[in-house]
Design a protein around this ligand. Sequence first.
Ligand code: ADP
Ligand code: MG
Length: 352
Amino acid sequence: MDFKQIFNAAFEVEASAPGRVNLLGEHTDYNDGFVLPTAIPQQTTVYIGQSLNDRHHFYSAELEEWIDIHPAESTPPGFARYIDGCIRVLEETGYSIPPINLFVTSAVPIGSGLSSSAALEVATLRGLRSLLNLDLDDVTIAQLGQQAEIQYAGVNCGILDQMACSLADTEHLLFLDTRTLDRQILPFPTEAEIVVIDSGVARSLASSGYNQRRAECEAAARQLGVKALRDISDPQRVESLPEPIRQRARHVITENNRVLKAVEGVSAKTFGELMNASHRSLREDYEVSVPALDQLVDLLQNTSGVYGARLTGAGFGGACVALVAVGEGKAIAETVLKQYNNAGHQGNILVD
Ligand code: ADP
Ligand code: MG
């Protein structure tokens, strides 16, 4: 199916945005902290034309789902919230958006923690920018996408996903300070590339667990008298806190320190060790891992050619990312996946 078959007209603009994977800096973005994502090769593409009537029409090739909305109606549930949310935040910013036809198709795995939602938002906003000649820079697009996700999809997310999908590329790391939005485009560690493997475990507890962790971090910051945990760099300071917020705060503080260490231009080996330490911290202090993720990370970490591995995304299921020797990603991913699936799982390779 393409735009023409669905809407019986030609599209006017086309826009894309990639998914992303975060190498270090997990659960730090809503603590005003540091993150280090890169874009993945898979992209989401939208095709947009003006609607021939007074309604918006959206079609997703992946979901094979069609939704139409009158701009005066409230946003319907499902994937349309992300697109309609983008339109509405633009309207709230003062732009006037005509009814549109939008066709979306994507190679970004949906719901695996590689940010298909932010890729959809950024692609939609880029498409509307070119359709209507809107004066929006890439940072503004990321911020509008985040607002759409918070206000209309009901996901209380930080800015990591949208900034990565809007500003990162596959050849570099995006070092981002989520408080100031200061950023640097950095090279990968020498002789290294990434592998991403989905654990096959759905992130069923992810949204309740995520909201709880956020609340715990806010409580920790309050008790330590700082605006956000980002304002603390000495992990010793958490010792005055009660459990479990002590260990939650320790993860965030040590994770920020790991990002700051990684961007000093360390070797792939040191970078990998920081990723291993990040996984340990996510498992023991932040408690967002599950046995299948631990198993997958363990297999990766014990495979020759792997510098380091950890769960990526919010946790409770989803994917693992590894830093591996350049040129060996495909072979490593296949070896590890075979072992993992032989142990009774249903993983699959997302990036190699
Ligand atoms: P992630 O961003 O990690 O992939 P989310 O749960 O945040 O997972 O976002 C997934 C949601 O984004 C989907 O349930 C769907 O509503 C929307 N979405 C993403 N990509 C598409 C697509 N190609 N077609 C339709 N909806 C999509
Ligand atoms: Mg998402």
